[in-house]
Ligand binder design. Structure first.
Ligand code: FES
Length: 109
């Protein structure tokens, strides 16, 4: 009698999109841009190559669970911004665990 009916995956990252009050689970290592395609959030993307800054956000929880800074992020953001948790969403992957992000409203309702 040891059968388990749980279908949850062991490796799921949980992302909270604070401005939209949405929390969703994704496979570990999912690029944030793919997460945003899966759920309906208001974070917008432009170039998707780390040069326009439209996707600028702040990781308020779980910075250690995010991918390392890319060269594009180091070029675009100031060192003090990086230290405060700012990232470019199009460059970011959620490695594992819990992450919470916020951003300035870039789409007027
Ligand atoms: S979409 Fe342009 S920097 Fe991320």
């Amino acid at each position: 009698m040891t059968s388990s009916l749980t279908e949850t995956h062991d490796f799921m990252a949980k992302v909270t999109f604070i401005p939209d009050n949405v929390t969703h689970e994704f496979e570990d290592g999912t690029p944030l841009i793919e997460c945003c395609e899966e759920v309906d959030v208001s974070l917008t993307f432009g170039c998707t190559e780390g040069t326009c800054g439209i996707c600028e956000l702040t990781v308020v929880k779980g910075r250690e669970n995010c991918s390392r800074f890319t060269e594009e992020e180091k070029d675009y953001l100031l060192p003090e911004d990086l230290e405060e948790g700012m990232r470019l969403g199009c460059q970011l992957k959620i490695r594992r665990g819990e992450v919470a992000i916020t951003w300035k409203g870039n789409r007027a309702k």
